[in-house]
Design a binder for this molecule. Sequence first.
Ligand SMILES: Cc1cc2nc3c(=O)[nH]c(=O)nc-3n(C[C@H](O)[C@H](O)[C@H](O)COP(=O)(O)OP(=O)(O)OC[C@H]3O[C@@H](n4cnc5c(N)ncnc54)[C@H](O)[C@@H]3O)c2cc1C
Length: 455
Amino acid sequence: MSTNPKSKWLVVGGGVMGLKIAKDLVAKGQDVTIAEAAPKFGGLASAWKLGDITWDRFYHVTLLSDSYLRELLDELGLEKELDWVETRTGFYAGGELLSMSNTAEFLKFPPLSMFERLRLGGTIFYASKIRNWRRMEKLSVEKWLRRWSGNGAFEKVWLPLLKAKLGEAYKQTSAAFIWAHTARMYKARRSGAKKEMFGYVPGGYARILERFCEYLTDKGVRLLAGHPVTSVRQCNDGSPSGQLEVDFGEGRIERFDNVVSTIASPLIAKQCEELSDQEKQELNGIKYIGVVCASMLLKKPISPYYVTNITDTWVPLTAVIEMSTIVDSQTQLDGQHLVYLPKYLPDDHDGLQESDEDYKEKCLSTLEKMYDHFSRDNVTAFQIARAKYVAALATIDYSTRLPPIVTSVPGFYALNSAHILEGNLNVNETIRLGEDKLAGEVWTDYLSRCKAESA
Ligand SMILES: Cc1cc2nc3c(=O)[nH]c(=O)nc-3n(C[C@H](O)[C@H](O)[C@H](O)COP(=O)(O)OP(=O)(O)OC[C@H]3O[C@@H](n4cnc5c(N)ncnc54)[C@H](O)[C@@H]3O)c2cc1C
């Protein structure tokens, strides 16, 4: 390798992170290939066919404050098409569906006394003002919420919400989790009008990803779908054609100067045998939250709320997400209504393997109990998506135990969403992280290796 910074890079994983890294590397004049295991690019943001429409496998919305994502959409020529819609939030509590979309409704929230409501509101406001998230990382989320909201609001609101989102893993979770969620939701509200505005690109992520892939192809990136990277190892034969040997399975082997792996941390530990024991331990030490998520098309809507949070513990769902309160039913969904029914679970939970029939029955019988007017005859399509590795769990002192991005294997970089520290998992943070860490740690190491080799 010479100081001339053109070398051969492989990006492993064709989710948003991989695509963004490929984009930035090619902009730096690099020779870039991106390998995705699935037949299509997009990862968690990818789309599928549900009945006769194509929409995201997992629900996605964009916030007005998602500046990194909006800048990317601008480069792809899609930003101006974003459709912004004011949203409403519901709560299912005590067997009742309640609106919680503004302060007046919040102040009437029946499960809590006025004192508890004020403490709950004060906690959310206080969390939104905190800048020093590292302090939050040192305390358990339960301890912090009990301290600020009091036991009443904690037991009646926070605990059911935490269990719905994290299962029993909430016990290991730090207060940084609630800080990140509050900060994002606060940003969703327009400062003046205090309205919650969410946006989407017509055509959904299928359209964004298609345009992104075309953009990369035009810039000269080689896109390989259906190419799972089974191993990466050093070639110590002094060959000039590259220093890392990559196995794509089925006898497909190729050499690269550098590899950036964007896949989940425990998978990176398996992918590169030559990482040190310490690095493998750190990668395997990251615990993830997974998700089972049903997508359902309906003839009629079920509620006016984009998200209905659930505090009744008998309900086996994290929330009800009515996407068609945002996405236009007539122009995007063939006049139908789209609802997602997610259940988040720790990555080792058996529930992630629950059969499609069982989860479907659970969802439909739950909706029949929750909504008097709901009938399964109203459902025209129903499909279930699963993902084991969605978001790294924000455990106590999480940031101090992160594995390195620049690894002990020269040219092998481990850069994935587990490094998001200042927010919850979302596309905007994923893009921001990819941009910052590639320009920072990865590029600095790459240049210093180039310099050392040419000296
Ligand atoms: C239910 C749900 C709701 C969400 N809602 C929103 C939202 O409203 N707004 C928002 O902004 N974000 C949302 N997100 C988050 C968003 O989807 C993620 O931030 C983003 O997609 C993460 O991208 P990534 O590239 O880091 O990871 P991934 O999408 O997981 O990409 C990793 C890729 O690596 C591939 N891979 C794995 N192993 C290999 C291998 N060995 N070789 C090659 N490839 C491999 C995978 O197939 C995958 O495509 C949501 C996510 C979920 C699950």
